[in-house]
Ligand binder design. Sequence first.
Ligand code: TRP
Length: 334
Amino acid sequence: MSDNKIYLSGIKPTGTVHLGNYIGMLSQMRDISRDHKTIMFIADLHSLNSVHDAAAVREHTYEIAAIIMSIGFNMENVLMFRQSDVPAVCELSTMLTNVTPKGLMDRAHSYKAAIDKNIAAGNDADFGVNMGLYTYPILMAADILLYNSDVVPVGADQKQHVEFARDIAGHFNTIYGNVFRLPEAQIMPDAGIIPGLDGRKMSKSYDNVIPLMAPSADLKKRVMRIITDSKTPEEPKDPDASTIYMLYRHFATAAESAELADRFRAGGMGYGTAKTILFEKLDSVLSPMRARYEYLMAHRDELDAALAGGAEIARRVADKTMSRVRHVMLGTKK
Ligand code: TRP
């Protein structure tokens, strides 16, 4: 089922990777990598609009690299690198600013959300908004266009950004001729909202996450802390209203999920038992990945080598694109 299309995704190193990231994005990119050329880069430059701590950026970058190398990606098909190792992305970003309408940035959901929040809080509309946040979609367009990506699999929240990249490429091509491939967003099959410990969407900002690579004992503690209602063990329960079941079904087979759902509905199973079942399933799926992850985190030289190798290939692709872009924009020799 392989086509020759290039699939690309970026992950910001802004925090500990959790089950929500795994279910909503990483596991889906892993599946794509089975049959497709897949570019996975760590968007450290993108993290800078919110993280101003170099040690944290570096650490989260290593974590993500180690995770990509641990969760079963087909590394034969994967080009993995750190965004900032290819400085051409900044050059392309600067060039793209000149064909990007300001109104496009004003309409960006992420920028508008920041403004709405400020206004609701009675602050100045642009309070705390830096230019990195404002021009975020241009840098993201540069990521996508630099590597001739065909398909950008994203969650619904990132769809607009990919459409912007396509719009920007279209403006560019209209002015300068056919330089860029027009990328397409592929909306990842909706995994639904992945609930966190408190039942709200699993998110770092709610402090309700289960880290993907939490050691076994930690994982167990977190699972046991999942908030439930106060139904007694005897009472029938709605699996689809339970965080426990909603997490379980992403890691269990269809048959196992159906069986647990039946036990919820039948009554006679307490939440403590259900949590133990969830923990054991998570632990059995995640343990082998965690072992490899822990090995890599203890062998940073291997991560450095993998990132350096990826960067070298990425720079070669980027150089080709940039020589065309410089030629059409600046009149330099090809
Ligand atoms: N904006 C994406 C996010 O917040 C990360 C990202 C940066 C990205 N550049 C990208 C995703 C290019 C896809 C393609 O998750």
